[in-house]
Design a protein around this ligand. Structure first.
Ligand SMILES: NC(=O)c1ccc[n+]([C@@H]2O[C@H](COP(=O)([O-])OP(=O)(O)OC[C@H]3O[C@@H](n4cnc5c(N)ncnc54)[C@H](O)[C@@H]3O)[C@@H](O)[C@H]2O)c1
Length: 335
């Protein structure tokens, strides 16, 4: 059985702590510890979940009861922490973005290979039940030829100060679009951003990626008060269309609709064939719990995670390319 520590118990780390605590209660792991530089935060959470807490992560490095760690600290600290833990023989789940630049991401992948440690990245949507169902159906050919993919990740709230929407949110889409298109990278990326609140941090981005003429669009913003919290994905195929509301992991919506070309005396006409829509129910599973269960399984059985280090690395490379495109106004090519 496995001992896990969560480093960083802020906004997102709290969810890791709650979920590991549930997994410990279910007997999936046998030891959970938490660590935060902020003693009050660590103590409050430790007391709430009856978990041992500490403030210095170095104590975990030499702790024989800890096999693996979730690193949920600010992204700029991921690289150093992940390196130290892997070099000390611990397996690592590092939150997304894996690092804040491609060079550091490449180094982490190399350290993972050299040390034989598991390196997993918190690309949570790879563990989302509706996404898994969608990908399975795409691979079976149910949607025909993919024609377009789009995503909206919109909200209204205080902006982050450590990174803009491309690294904070768009990192999910660049990975998801490649995953759905079965590609490591798109042919090209183009991004346009706006910075109204902080001069160096974009609060809105439109990222488009081209996969051999098939376009994907991601709109990312935390300056959008009109839609509540919106997180969706639409895959348009030549036969059917699918929609996922990421906030509803138990549903995949299918639109049995297509545009058919017909020839009338040598003239092409487009007809909409609409056979209605329906929802495929999926057994409920919390995406974060699926992700952490998968991490534990990788630690115990020593297999490569479905959101492993090279996937996190490629996502960082694409986020960097999107920022470069926004800065220069030019398309960035991967071919
Ligand atoms: N997968 C997702 O959907 C998702 C969602 C939100 C955030 N995140 C990621 O999670 C990470 C954390 O984001 P957040 O919003 O929770 O940040 P946060 O600022 O709310 O929390 C970070 C915590 O880490 C602690 N910390 C910093 N350095 C530390 C160290 N050396 N040792 C121990 N504790 C340390 C801080 O005291 C703080 O409590 C980021 O990388 C972010 O991108 C992922």
């Amino acid at each position: 059985m496995t001992g896990i520590a969560v480093i960083g118990t802020g906004y997102w780390g709290k969810n890791h702590v709650r979920t590991y605590s549930e997994l410990a209660n279910d007997g999936v792991i046998d030891n959970v510890k938490i660590c935060d530089l902020d003693e009050k935060r660590a103590r409050e959470l430790g007391e709430a979940f009856n978990i041992e807490y500490l403030t210095d992560y170095k104590e975990l490095i030499s702790d024989p009861k800890i096999d693996a760690v979730s690193i949920v600290t600010p992204s700029a600290t991921h690289s150093q922490l992940a390196k130290e833990f892997m070099e000390a023989g611990k397996d690592v789940l590092v939150e997304k973005p894996m690092t804040m630049n491609a060079e550091e991401a490449e180094k982490l992948v190399k350290i993972s290979e050299d040390t034989g440690r598991i390196l997993m990245v918190g690309h949570i949507f790879r563990h989302h039940p509706a996404v898994k169902e969608l990908k399975h159906r795409i691979d079976l050919g149910e949607f025909g030829k993919i024609q377009q993919i789009s995503s909206n990740r919109l909200s209204f709230g205080a902006p982050r100060k450590d990174m803009g929407v491309i690294y904070a949110l768009g990192i999910h889409e660049v990975d998801m679009f490649c995953h759905l298109m079965d590609r490591d990278y798109p042919d090209t990326i183009f991004a346009a951003t706006s910075r109204c609140l902080q001069s160096n941090i974009e609060e809105t981005a439109m990222i488009t990626m081209d996969f051999g003429g098939i376009r994907t669009y991601a709109l990312e913003s935390w300056l959008m008060p009109a839609y509540g919290k919106q997180r969706d994905l639409v895959v348009v195929g030549s036969e059917k269309t699918a929609k996922i509301d990421y906030l509803k992991p138990q549903e995949l919506q299918i639109f049995d609709i297509r545009i058919a070309e017909q020839d009338y005396d040598g003239n092409t006409a487009f007809n909409v064939e609409n056979e209605g829509s329906y929802t495929i129910p999926i057994p409920y599973a919390e995406p974060l719990k699926e992700e952490l269960r998968h991490f534990i399984k990788c630690v115990e059985d020593r297999f490569t995670p479905i959101s492993g280090g090279s996937i996190g690395q490629r996502a960082v490379v694409m986020a960097e390319a999107a920022l470069e495109s926004a800065r220069t106004g030019m398309v960035v090519s991967f071919i």
